[in-house]
Design a protein around this ligand. Structure first.
Ligand SMILES: Cc1cc2nc3c(=O)[nH]c(=O)nc-3n(C[C@H](O)[C@H](O)[C@H](O)COP(=O)(O)OP(=O)(O)OC[C@H]3O[C@@H](n4cnc5c(N)ncnc54)[C@H](O)[C@@H]3O)c2cc1C
Length: 303
């Protein structure tokens, strides 16, 4: 068993808004943290084309991600944080300490672990309301540029990036046929007055390639009626599932509520629940997780 960077007070997994807020709060309390991130600092901020609900007049996610990365750099230079680029696979805790096992085989041990791994995208083949060949792998809506939309465009799923995309491209006049399950009703509510989004509530959808190119999208509506739509561009916006680490406790929906975790293990950000997936709630929950640890007996500095 090896620890790549000494003996931190906190081990934080995930360098998105939640994990970075946790690292910054820890540093402000004089705690030392190891921040494990398999990718770039910023998490899903990197893919947000327009921001309207984060204080500070941020135009888009990458701008905010860059600012957060500078904050993390600052606390690295002050010796309060070390960023380890690796994939975490498991967490564990006993009465004395908490540990994270990395893909590389290393184990990082501290007084407490905060898991903030967010969510990962669901593919059409994984969605039970869609029948499609396993090889069907359309591009995600959030990555689409207006020039990528050729002819009639169909979007599978009504996840929140729909609203973000429409806000990011106010000048695009093209209409999007958005086919979504009833479970997405609360998400598409924010775009119901945007005439560019043609919303279709579906019980089931079957997608096949069209003989001359493009796709045929067969929609079975909630009332049992059926309709077939030919489209030239197909995009996915199906949603996501929690990025759960082995050792975390999940609820019925597969998420990891903080209150269900064992001693010395906390969760923050999108990983907690399907309903509170926003940047500022992720940041708040990351900071709160640190304070909860700090005021418990888990951290030796607070003992
Ligand atoms: C297209 C799109 C648009 C959005 N628009 C908005 C918006 O306008 N306003 C808003 O408030 N919210 C928006 N959101 C939601 C917002 O991005 C999330 O709520 C927020 O990023 C959640 O932060 P997080 O830290 O919990 O998770 P994430 O940002 O997902 O960060 C998790 C991090 O953990 C890392 N990670 C995952 N697993 C591991 C592992 N095993 N080991 C190591 N690292 C790991 C990931 O690489 C990632 O960097 C949008 C999301 C998307 C996808």
């Amino acid at each position: 068993m090896s620890t790549p960077c000494g003996d931190p007070d906190l081990v934080i997994v995930g360098g998105g808004p939640a994990g970075c807020a946790a690292a910054l709060m820890a540093a402000s309390l004089g705690l030392r943290s190891v921040l494990i991130e398999s990718n770039d600092i910023g998490g899903r901020l990197q893919v947000i084309g327009a921001l309207a609900n984060v204080p500070g007049d941020w135009a888009d996610g990458p701008s905010l991600a860059n600012a957060v990365a500078r904050d993390i750099q600052r606390i690295q230079e002050s010796g309060h944080c070390k960023v380890v680029k690796d994939r975490a696979v498991a967490v564990s805790a006993d009465g004395q300490s908490a540990s994270v096992t990395l893909n590389s085989g290393s184990v990082v041990t501290g007084d407490a672990v905060i898991a903030a791994t967010g969510v990962s995208s669901v593919t059409p083949a994984e969605a039970d309301w869609i029948s499609a060949a396993a090889s069907l792998d359309p591009a995600p809506l959030w990555r689409a540029r207006p020039t990528d939309l050729k002819g009639r465009t169909c979007v599978l799923g009504g996840d929140r990036p729909l609203g973000t995309w429409l806000r990011a491209h106010p000048d695009v006049q093209r209409q999007l046929l958005v086919v979504h399950p009833v479970g997405d009703d609360y998400k598409v509510a924010e775009v119901q007055h945007d005439s560019r989004a043609q919303l279709r509530r579906a019980r089931h959808v079957t997608v096949n390639p069209a003989p001359g190119g493009g796709y045929i999208v067969d929609v079975e509506a909630v009332n049992g009626s059926t309709a077939a739509y030919a489209c030239d561009t197909l995009l996915t916006n199906i949603g996501s599932r929690p990025a759960v680490l082995s050792g975390l406790t999940t609820d019925g929906g597969g998420y990891c509520p903080p209150e269900s975790q064992g001693p010395r293990i906390a969760t923050a950000g999108d990983l907690r629940s399907a309903r509170f997936q926003r940047i500022v709630t992720a940041q708040g929950s990351g900071a709160q997780a640190v304070l909860s640890c700090y005021y418990s007996t888990a951290l030796r500095v607070a003992a």
